[in-house]
Ligand binder design. Structure first.
Ligand SMILES: Cc1cc2nc3c(=O)[nH]c(=O)nc-3n(C[C@H](O)[C@H](O)[C@H](O)COP(=O)(O)O)c2cc1C
Length: 187
């Protein structure tokens, strides 16, 4: 797939087939992720790949419970409050794989580095015919001691980008883009 096609056809996918992509495919996505640029070429990312069904479900349950307890009004839109109470709502959209991209250094550019790796990974997934979605709702729970223990994440790793991946069972419609605000400064 051409780069332009991947950029324009990538969507946030929220419906997945049960079977997880194989290790070879997941490694290919991670290889694309690490081609991203990084500040002072630190390449500070780590990738935690979860395909264990029970663990994926536990992550969703624990995240929802954490969000319900920790003043969701602060950063969770009103429309989501009811969904957090719904036992059927899976925060990971029943995806068969979750890749948590974390920074192994607490550098000034930890978030930028991991976000660039995440976009590469999502575009590579699209090129492989896979769907993906960044699960921002899982980010705060992932930084807790309980989550670190659950995932075996070392204390100095900063989780930045939880990305779900899998074979899509539906192709979501494109979300319209707003006109970019462009200010031209030139002769
Ligand atoms: C930082 C970030 C956090 C996001 N968090 C969530 C999330 O928690 N759950 C979800 O379903 N989608 C999440 N998304 C996906 C966005 O909702 C989606 O990218 C946006 O609606 C545009 O749709 P598109 O990706 O198909 O173009 C997130 C995207 C980003 C970049």
């Amino acid at each position: 797939m051409e780069l332009e096609q991947a950029i324009y056809s990538r969507r946030a996918v929220r419906q997945y087939a049960e079977e997880a992509p194989g290790e070879r495919t997941l490694r290919k996505l991670i290889d694309a992720a690490i081609q991203a640029p990084s500040a002072i070429n630190e390449q500070p990312w780590s990738f935690t790949v979860v395909t264990d069904r029970d663990l994926l479900e536990r992550i969703s349950v624990k995240t929802k419970s954490y969000l319900r307890r920790s003043a969701p009004g602060r950063f969770i839109p009103e429309s989501l409050h009811a969904r957090l109470e719904d036992p059927q709502f899976d925060i990971l959209h029943h995806a068969p794989a979750l890749i948590v991209i974390a920074s192994v250094t607490h550098s000034r550019w930890a978030v930028e580095n991991c976000a660039l790796a995440a976009e590469n990974l999502m575009l590579a997934a699209c090129a492989e015919g896979l769907g993906s979605c960044w699960i921002g709702l899982a980010q705060t729970w992932l930084t807790t001691a309980a989550a670190r223990k659950t995932l075996g994440l070392p204390a100095d790793h900063l989780p930045v980008a939880p990305i779900i991946v899998g074979r899509p069972v539906a192709s979501p419609a494109a979300v319209p883009r707003k006109e970019p605000r462009i200010r031209w400064i030139g002769p």
